[in-house]
Design a binder for this molecule. Structure first.
Ligand code: FE2
Length: 375
């Protein structure tokens, strides 16, 4: 069942890690130039900065792209002997850094490592003529790292070593990161839930167990962790026992370790955004037609401002709770390995995660898994 944890108000003391924002998500990929093109042309991101051979960076090529408040960094190594190339060999394309904006990177490092985080680097500064960027970093699940960043005294394109890029772009309306989901190994969900609670001061917003989200084959358990001010939501999934291989196991089999499963991006007009993305070649999961046969009945007590015919045509999913409704859709995997994907979400009051869609969605996922020979 879905358990809404009583909304404990977080005291100043408990929220010791004051996160201002998700500053950026940094992908390590095999071909940054082509991945940049995908986010630029496919998802309507604006390329804003570049680092590479031309800027004196002889290790890797790196592009920074933005859409609304979302910032992605896409990097690929030039040579085979580097941590980045080893990462690529093991995982394929994936998220390496989830970077969180804070006021004091030294305090963020001190407070989290004192509570048990494994440090990656202590507070450091990088400077150029545009100012100073301060960072520190800790490990989280798999090979993912949380960087803490303070860019309050920096007004360059991204950070030292990057030059501005100005390319014309056509926005698709993706506005902000709603949540970032991590897949961890069987039996490890609660370990990482405790990590986010104890080490980073997050609290549990919701939990879903296998009764909510199992179909005949695929099952998972999930807990949604949220930081003190509610700006950062990081659900953690683990596989649950099913008849056949769960979607989380398939991810772990191809990513080889725990890692980021999906990034949900919020928008203000999902009909426009999904229409745009589809026109640009982005592929989404399609739930069975029967989902839409029963939708009007499911929604009879709630007013949906969007046209249901258009929702059906685009394959958008609808869910609601006491606070309102949400519209969401999930992409196919972003790379050849069936690993990371994205979600587009528009919230109208509901702070849920689409529980009412899980069954239809998982059945659609299983059809795809079957086609890949991974069920
Ligand atoms: Fe999601």
């Amino acid at each position: 069942m879905v358990t809404a944890t009583p909304a404990r108000s977080m005291t100043e003391e408990a929220d010791f890690l004051k996160i201002n924002s998700i500053d950026h998500i940094h992908w390590w990929v095999g071909n940054a130039k082509q991945a940049m093109y995908y986010w630029w042309k496919g998802f309507g991101f604006q390329p804003v900065a570049y680092s590479g051979l031309e800027t004196g960076n002889r290790q890797f090529a790196s592009y920074v792209l933005e859409s609304g408040k979302i910032r992605f960094v896409i990097s690929a190594p030039y040579k085979p002997s580097s941590e980045m190339s080893a990462h690529q060999m093991l995982h394929g394309d994936g998220v390496k850094y989830v970077t969180l904006g804070v006021d004091d990177v030294e305090a963020a490092y001190r407070e989290t490592t004192a509570r048990g985080a494994v440090g990656v680097w202590t507070a450091r500064e990088e400077r150029d003529e545009y100012g100073v960027i301060r960072t520190s970093a800790i490990r989280t699940y798999g090979e993912v790292i949380h960087i803490f960043v303070d860019r309050s005294e920096y007004d360059g394109a991204f950070m030292p070593g990057y030059k501005p890029l100005e390319l014309p772009h056509e926005p698709a309306g993706l506005a902000a990161v709603d949540h970032i989901v991590g897949n961890v190994e069987l039996g490890k969900m609660n370990y990482w839930v405790n990590f986010y609670h104890q080490v980073m001061g997050f609290r549990q917003l919701l939990s879903f167990d296998d009764k909510d989200i199992s179909t005949e084959y695929s099952a998972l358990m999930s807990k949604v962790m949220q930081n003190g001010n509610g700006r950062v939501k990081l659900p953690i999934n683990e596989p649950a026992e099913g008849k056949k291989k769960s979607q989380i196991e398939e991810y772990l089999d191809y990513y080889m370790t725990p890692g980021v499963q999906h990034i949900a991006m919020a928008c203000k007009d999902i009909l426009f955004t999904v229409r745009e993305l589809k026109a640009r070649g982005i592929e989404f999961l399609r739930v069975p037609e029967s989902y839409y046969d029963v939708l009007p009945e499911r929604l009879q007590n709630i007013h949906i401002k969007e046209d249901l015919e258009e929702i059906k045509e685009l394959g958008i999913l609808v869910d609601y709770d006491d606070e309102g409704y949400l519209l969401q859709i999930f992409s196919r995997p972003l790379q050849d390995r069936p690993t990371a994907f994205i979600e587009v979400i528009e919230r109208h009051g509901s702070q849920g995660f689409g529980k009412g869609n899980f069954k239809a969605l998982f059945e659609a996922l299983e059809l795809e898994q079957e086609k890949r020979g991974n069920l």
